[in-house]
Design a protein around this ligand. Structure first.
Ligand code: IYR
Length: 206
């Protein structure tokens, strides 16, 4: 058990969010397998309230880039309070999102507030953001395990994604997961992770 747990940690601690992607294509079956892993996530009342829109079409990726950059321009130039901009400064992000076009694949993840049955009746889903968040984490983990890099990207607001991808209004975009291979010379910010003591407390018996 300990060997498996430690080996998995050693694998997962090499994961980094990447912002420079090469355009090398991803084997479709690898992607499908990782999506199946995401679909094993626990969810409120087992409603599995998620949809993954997988985009590799260059014209659609371009549309998503244009939509995202329009929102990001507003964010960086007007909407973001200075405290937020200060927090982002070490990451070196700005409103330019070329990776939305260069990366092999974008997975746009939607949460389904309702299930719609074949009579058109709506049934409320439960704990949708939590369920979708867990499934997204499992997807990122599966993709990393398969040797693929990811970036969680959240232009805000994201309603434009429903229009581009023709998803119903009962679905709310949760994030864009950019997926592919890192660009050869890409750099990542010099970050550290909190220690076990900082993230956990142990409430032992006896
Ligand atoms: N959505 C913006 C801003 C941004 C916000 C957070 I919180 C980040 O961790 C990173 C970026 C962008 O993608 O640039």
């Amino acid at each position: 058990m300990l060997t498996r747990a430690d080996e998995f940690y050693r694998l997962m601690k090499t994961r980094r969010s990447v912002r420079g992607f090469s355009s090398s294509p991803i084997p479709p079956q690898v992607l499908e397998s990782c999506l199946m892993t995401a679909g094993t996530a626990p969810s409120g009342a087992n409603r599995q309230p998620w949809h993954f829109a997988v985009v590799d079409n260059p014209a659609i990726k371009q549309e998503i880039r244009l939509g995202a950059e329009a929102e990001e321009r507003e964010f960086y130039q007007r909407r973001a309070p200075s405290e937020w901009l200060d927090a982002l400064a070490p990451l070196g992000t700005d409103e330019h999102k070329p990776f939305l076009e260069t990366a092999a694949c974008l997975i746009v993840i939607f949460g389904q507030k309702f299930d719609v049955d074949n009579r058109g009746d709506k049934h409320k889903n439960y704990y949708v953001p939590e369920s979708v968040g867990i499934a997204t984490g499992m997807l990122i983990t599966a993709l990393h395990n398969a040797g693929l890099a990811t970036l969680t990207h959240t232009p805000s607001p994201m309603k434009f994604l429903n229009n581009i991808l023709q998803r119903p209004s009962t679905e709310k975009p949760a994030m864009i997961l950019v997926v592919g291979y890192p660009e050869a010379d890409t750099e990542v910010p010099d970050i550290t992770r909190k220690t076990l003591d900082q993230i956990a407390s142990f409430h032992n018996g006896a």
